[in-house]
Design a binder for this molecule. Sequence first.
Ligand SMILES: Nc1ncnc2c1ncn2[C@@H]1O[C@H](COP(=O)(O)OP(=O)(O)O)[C@@H](O)[C@H]1O
Ligand SMILES: [Mg+2]
Length: 255
Amino acid sequence: MSFVSVRNVWQRYGRRPILERVNLSVDKGEFLSIVGASGCGKSTFLRMLLAEETPWKGDIRIDGGAPAVEPNRERGVVFQRYSVFAHLSVRDNLIAAESFSRPLGRLRGAARAEAAARADAMLDRIGLAHVARQFPAALSGGMQQRLAIGQALTAKPRILLLDEPFGALDPGTRLQMHEFLMELRAETQMTVFMVTHDLHEGFKLGDRVLVFDKPRWDPDDPDLVGATITYDFDTSAGGIPFQDLLDRYPSLRAT
Ligand SMILES: Nc1ncnc2c1ncn2[C@@H]1O[C@H](COP(=O)(O)OP(=O)(O)O)[C@@H](O)[C@H]1O
Ligand SMILES: [Mg+2]
């Protein structure tokens, strides 16, 4: 049985269909890149995996069960805009992430000391030990995004959801983040869903590249149908069909 299974999922806001007939089976440890025109429902799809919203119709299963409502235990999330807390030091950002993932709220005593030790280990892992006492505003964009990823990984989630995580970074920093992410992934065997605007990034990092698009198009009523997965490419097969993709989906022109 697949680790993440999405069966005939539909979503709509009000009466407007956003997604329809979305079907997907994902194995544990797979890295899926998700591309598609702006506004087609990619973030909506991630929010359903996060259980932040429930599908209008259909069924999502993670390891055989419904996605848990509390964040972080099973899924970590990183958005394009840094989700770190400006008023906390780098180290306290990691400790705070851990207390949010616990139902009992704030950590005290021995539990806090253990959380602090784990935060220090994570600081080493994400290369931020030397700035542990600084505040996020003092860090570069890449460092802030490493901190956000460190936060998401603090609870050792089995699934990492990345919503255009590197879009705000300069090209050099983005390449460093790619290496960092691939290292983390090799260590943890996480299952990753990454939405990206950048086709090259999607093909480079993903085991599969999914395109979300509307299966039909009515010029008189563009909102008539929702988007679905219209393309599911296995990158291990080699040979990247960039031109084919760009011809079929002009809105995907890589940035
Ligand atoms: N909570 C909401 N209520 C109503 N409309 C929404 C809501 N969230 C997103 N939308 C609309 O749904 C569509 C899909 O949004 P989104 O999933 O954010 O697209 P993407 O991430 O692919 O750019 C957009 O047209 C957006 O304006
Ligand atoms: Mg989005």
